[in-house]
Design a protein around this ligand. Sequence first.
Ligand code: NAD
Length: 262
Amino acid sequence: MTITHDFTGQTVVITGAASGIGAASATAFAAAGASVWVLDVDAGRGEAVAADIVSGGGRARFLRCDVTGDADVEHALGVVLAEDGGIDVAYCNAGIGWIKPVSTTEPDEWRRVLDIDLTGAFLVARRAFLAMRPRRSGVILFTGSPHGYRTMAETSAYAAAKAGIGGLMRALALEAAPHGIRVNSLLPGAIDTPALRAEAELSGDAEDAVRRWGAVRPLGRIGRAEEVADLALFLASPAASFITGAELLVDGGAMAAQPAGL
Ligand code: NAD
């Protein structure tokens, strides 16, 4: 990281922080001085991420939270508020991928993806906004995806959920702006995380898939979770004080390129 931000004295809540982009963001916010709350359904990995941060001298605590349940979200954010007194940054990042076209996606499968990737983000953002509003400050971030714009037939429910994140983010940005709260989305593209590796495995030759996904990007490689975390810290910092309602790509230039064949 070449830019340093100071989050000393700030409370940062990150969902899906037991792994990948969320874990890297938790580590980066803690290194920048924040009190970080690692929220995830995966208690084993979530506890480990928090313990790693603490052993490195940072401040982090794990809370088990399934973002699809409003009671879970209310409880988790209630613990954060009781302990830290407020929330400065809420990063709604938890999500799962989906590889099936519309025709073979069962209605219950569709609902599950939308539940985690879209409704879960809504539930967390809503309660974070309600907590931030009386203090007239705060930043809410979402992890969207370039798949919300351009996608493949197989990513059906995921593409729909991520397009929905764009609408949710813009609506909340407009509602939150008069209260001094900024709201933005990060759009990461092909970032090396356990979720991406699991998708690569589906193709039979995971290393080849990762190489191909890197090769189609103008920068010639897939990204690192830490590179997404850098953007999250920037967006949450005063350096982004005039940025709200925006979607920022961190995709190695992929969306800038004309798709092959056009
Ligand atoms: P990951 O699988 O490494 O991490 C996702 C985390 O979310 C996991 O720890 C998982 O346990 C957690 N999670 C899943 N369901 C949950 C629930 N109901 N409640 C709470 N936590 C839950 O994946 P990642 O690649 O780091 O993805 C993080 C976010 O980034 C997701 O929203 C994903 O859609 C998005 N994204 C990733 C990429 C990429 O290339 N990796 C690209 C675009 C967008």
